[in-house]
Write a protein of this length. Structure first.
Length: 302
């Protein structure tokens, strides 16, 4: 922020106020602008550094939700600007709060505006839609790796392990039901040209890794882990809300509620099992059913 304060010291300002101005008998006027700017900076720093973590987290949630609504209903350029500001503030806030536990949550929250900025700014229109997920996932995978290193996460701490494999298998199967239900809500067009294994293989792998694994790594592996550290068990609800907010673009209130419920379930599973394997497979299968299987099955049924 550019300071509006005068380069004059407080001592020289005080001295100036006691001297006559160029017009005889007229006292010098000292602007209130420097004091106002200083007060605003103190207020901002106080809010960023001394508010309860829950208040800070909810404020960012509200701003992210507003950015998604404006992007969807008003203009994508408005969302681009707003998400840029949110990302900048989050990174600045992280630096200011580096000596507190809150900084770990703030770093991972930065993924929310980053995801939207990439989807809005990358030149994706020239590619088939299924490749959009792959293209945007590349910088996000890099960012996730860097954040994991920065916050000293191990693979096990991220949930990349083989704990409770029978449970993970059962959780994975829920993706079939979730994909069926979400198709009933959204009814999207298929992301593949034909219902053959040759046409479905690459899109299915993209959805599995670029949405299933990536999003679970970010939201449950990184963000939920730090949210639980700072917010306690409410971190499960909070990350599910962030996850749901990023689905406002589908313009369906029912889908946002559905995604919140699924996100909370995924979060609960990861919290109990300390593994993202099952939810990664479930998430991938949800999107495979939603975008690759159900559109063709629904078409043949009519």
């Amino acid at each position: 922020m550019t300071s509006t304060e005068s380069p004059l010291s407080e001592t020289s300002l005080a001295a100036a106020s006691s001297q006559p101005s160029a017009v005889a008998g007229t006292p010098a006027v000292v602007s209130d602008q420097p004091a106002a700017a200083s007060g605003w900076r103190r207020f901002t720093l106080d809010w960023l550094l001394h508010r309860p973590p829950l208040h800070v987290a909810l404020a960012y949630l509200a701003v992210l939700a507003l950015a998604e609504i404006l992007t969807t209903l008003i203009d994508a350029r408005v969302g681009l600007v707003m998400n840029s500001i949110v990302l900048f503030v989050l990174l600045l806030h992280t630096a200011l709060a580096w000596e507190t536990p809150l900084h770990r949550l703030l770093v991972t929250l930065a993924f929310a505006p980053l995801i939207r900025l990439l989807s809005l700014s990358l030149p994706l229109a020239e590619f088939p839609r299924v490749y959009w997920y792959f293209i945007t996932s590349v910088p996000l995978f890099v960012a996730a790796f860097l954040v994991a290193r920065l916050l000293d996460f191990s693979l096990d701490g991220l949930g990349i392990n083989l704990r409770a494999l029978p449970v993970q298998g059962l959780v994975a199967l829920t993706g079939l039901a979730f994909g069926f239900l979400e198709y009933k809500i959204l009814q999207p067009d298929p992301l593949a040209p034909a219902f053959t294994w040759q046409a479905l293989l690459v899109p299915a792998l993209i959805l599995l890794f670029s949405t299933g694994f990536l999003e679970e790594l970010i939201f449950r592996g990184l963000m939920q882990s730090t949210a639980l550290e700072v917010l306690g068990r409410f971190g499960l609800v909070y990350v599910a809300l962030i996850f749901a907010v990023l689905h406002i673009g589908y313009k369906s209130v029912v889908d946002v509620v559905f995604v919140f419920a699924v996100g909370f379930f995924f979060g609960w599973v990861v919290w109990k099992t300390r593994s993202i394997v099952g939810v990664t497979l479930a998430h991938g299968l949800t999107n495979i059913m939603l975008f690759l299987v159900m559109p063709f099955l629904a078409a043949t049924a009519t």
